[in-house]
Ligand binder design. Structure first.
Ligand SMILES: Cc1cc2nc3c(=O)[nH]c(=O)nc-3n(C[C@H](O)[C@H](O)[C@H](O)COP(=O)(O)OP(=O)(O)OC[C@H]3O[C@@H](n4cnc5c(N)ncnc54)[C@H](O)[C@@H]3O)c2cc1C
Length: 557
């Protein structure tokens, strides 16, 4: 895969040559959204062209640029418009609306592409001497402001793009461990592992455009984390270059030698240093895959089924339960531009008959492993789901989801072109609080959107699903679609985000289950960790980065 910067969108998602396929469905989609949101017209809201973007003056001097080129090579030190804008923000709704409007406070003064730990160590020295900030940059898919070019009071910003550090260094087949450089993209890593018959199995929705180092630094979770583990689990060890030297963590499976430093590396978001190499736990490539669906008459029944599956330790790769609003939205979206078929009418009539009702909730179950293990899980899951009133709907919805699982983010770009806002947020809590948190947060999102949106007399679309599950609880992932404020979209987003984040913390959720903290969640960190907890993390940061040059303004309040 060619990840040259000019092949990728700088103010949208993914490949430049790829858009969400709305062929023959565009008019239907706009009409559907207009009627749901109660808007007469969806305005064209084109993005500002790159050449018209206001670009802050470069704070790097000529001699500094020359010195940097001496440390790396000429072609790996970039100060041109494209590189500076490409690396200015991540890929959140908040990032894209600012990029599309040319609403930039800070952009990096330069972008550097190191190729080794030694070069990174030299860059930290350079930044210390010249009083610059360094921003570790993997795939740039952060949705929490994790790579914003904040100088934090320093004299300028260098974004350090790690994607040229992309080699797989070792596969230890006996221990099922692989070591790779941290800037390797998901598909590059999987291609290499799969040639040897293994997989890491970490497939976040951003898989194609995110890196190993970013997965660990943001403490993320892939869509099949039930089987393959979240980053904190599959991460077995790392090398971290800090401004005060290089840290090598152990890779033993467990250790009682005091607190495990690996827990400080996973989730460190670049504020302690650069993860340069990481060792991760592998699995043999699955030889069987089975994704299928069940319908439930209510969210609680589906959630109870997930809880039981987890607490009985059934071997599953993914359990994804959409609430009634998400199930309804997805089925409406799928049918846009298509005449209601005889088969689908018959299916809804049949569902009415078996008592699933008008607004069912769909549970997708993903199984991966061997034919024997997936068959055993299929039987166990059918027993639990059908015992709780679930109606099996076969493999078609599962296959459909699997085949298009990386496509949805492209749709956001199309919506932004027509003044339609779409954002997501996620949290997790214990099973005893899942229903309460789900209700409170969806209500708060709708209330906040209404309060901070002046257009539209319909209802915002607010939907959620359980995305990751454990024996003791689950994560809730919310998506909301609303009329964007054309005058002040950033303020609108900020007000909604603030109120909903408060509601999450007040009602027993974490500020993030897998997106991380960055700048967007930083203000809720004290509420989550407590003053003392934050003081402990700051003490660690100060011990490896006393001058505060690493990723200022992220993670820690
Ligand atoms: C459409 C979309 C879908 C997403 N789906 C998921 C999902 O399913 N699951 C999930 O977990 N996340 C998801 N994310 C969020 C994002 O993709 C993850 O946080 C991902 O792990 C970031 O990886 P990256 O390589 O892009 O890191 P970046 O965005 O480049 O960086 C993320 C953070 O890590 C730091 N960092 C990056 N590399 C290093 C390094 N080598 N050393 C030290 N610090 C580093 C950065 O400074 C920053 O703070 C999604 C994002 C988008 C836009």
């Amino acid at each position: 895969m060619d990840y040259s910067r000019e092949k990728l969108k700088w103010n949208g998602w993914g490949w430049l040559a790829q858009d969400f396929d709305l062929h023959g469905r565009e008019e239907g989609l706009w009409a559907f959204l207009q009627s749901q949101l109660g808007i007469d017209d969806l305005p064209n809201t084109p993005a500002v062209a790159m050449e018209d973007m206001p670009l802050p003056e470069n704070r790097l001097s000529r001699s500094q640029i020359a010195e940097l080129r001496g440390l790396l090579t000429e072609d790996r030190v970039c100060v041109d418009r494209y590189e500076r804008l490409f690396h200015a923000f991540g890929k959140s709704y908040h990032d894209l609306i600012r990029l599309r409007r040319g609403d930039l406070d800070e952009v990096p003064d330069g972008v550097v592409y190191p190729e080794s730990s030694d070069e990174l160590a030299a860059l930290t020295q350079f930044a210390t001497t010249h009083h610059l900030a360094l921003i570790p940059y993997g795939g740039g898919s952060s949705v929490v402001g994790g790579i914003e070019a904040r100088a934090g009071g320093r004299a300028g910003v260098l974004t350090v793009d790690l994607t040229r550090m992309n080699r797989v260094l070792d596969i230890d087949e006996e221990s099922l461990l692989a070591t790779a450089e941290a800037g390797i993209y998901g598909p590059q890593l999987e291609e290499h592992l799969q040639k040897h018959g293994y997989t890491l199995g970490h497939y976040p929705q951003s898989f194609q455009f995110s890196t190993l180092g970013g997965w660990i630094a943001a403490r993320g979770a892939g869509q099949q984390s039930n089987r393959y583990g979240s980053a904190a689990k599959f991460f077995a060890g790392a090398t971290v270059v800090t401004p005060c030297g290089t840290l090598h963590s152990i890779t033993t499976p467990n250790s009682a030698a005091g607190p495990d430093l690996r827990h400080l590396i996973a989730g460190s978001e670049g504020v302690f240093g650069f993860i340069t190499e990481a060792t991760v736990r592998l699995h043999p490539l699955p030889t069987a895959r089975d994704y299928r669906g069940f319908l439930f008459s209510e969210f609680k029944a589906g959630a109870d089924v997930i809880r039981q599956i987890m607490q009985e330790h059934v071997d599953v790769a993914m359990l994804r339960l959409s609430d009634a609003d998400e199930t309804w939205f997805l089925s409406q979206f799928k049918s846009i531009g298509k005449p209601a078929s005889w088969a689908s009418k018959a299916t809804s009539a049949a569902l009415d008959l078996v008592g699933v009702g008008e607004k069912p909730c769909v549970l997708l179950v993903g199984l991966e492993g061997t034919t024997t293990s997936t068959s055993a899980s299929r039987v166990a899951i059918a027993r639990i789901a059908m015992g709780a009133g679930g109606i099996p709907i076969g493999a078609k919805p599962g296959k459909g989801w699997y085949g298009t699982r990386f496509d949805m983010p492209y749709l956001r770009d199309a919506l932004l072109e027509r003044g339609v806002g779409v954002d997501t947020l996620e949290t997790s809590t214990t099973w005893s609080n899942v229903q309460h948190l789900h209700q409170v947060v969806r209500k708060q999102i709708a209330t906040s959107i209404r309060r901070h949106t002046r257009v539209g007399n319909g209802e915002p679309i607010v939907m959620a699903h359980i995305s990751h599950s454990y024996t003791d609880g689950a994560s809730l992932y919310f998506t909301f679609i609303f009329p964007m404020s054309l005058q002040a979209p950033v303020e609108q987003w900020r007000a909604i985000k603030r109120e909903v984040s408060d509601a999450i913390l007040e009602n027993g959720g974490t500020i993030s289950h897998h997106h991380g903290v960055g700048t967007d969640h930083r203000d809720w960190m004290t509420g989550e960790k407590g003053e003392l907890g934050i003081a402990m993390l700051k003490a660690v940061r100060d011990s490896v980065d006393p001058h505060g040059l690493m990723n200022p303004g992220k993670l820690l309040p």
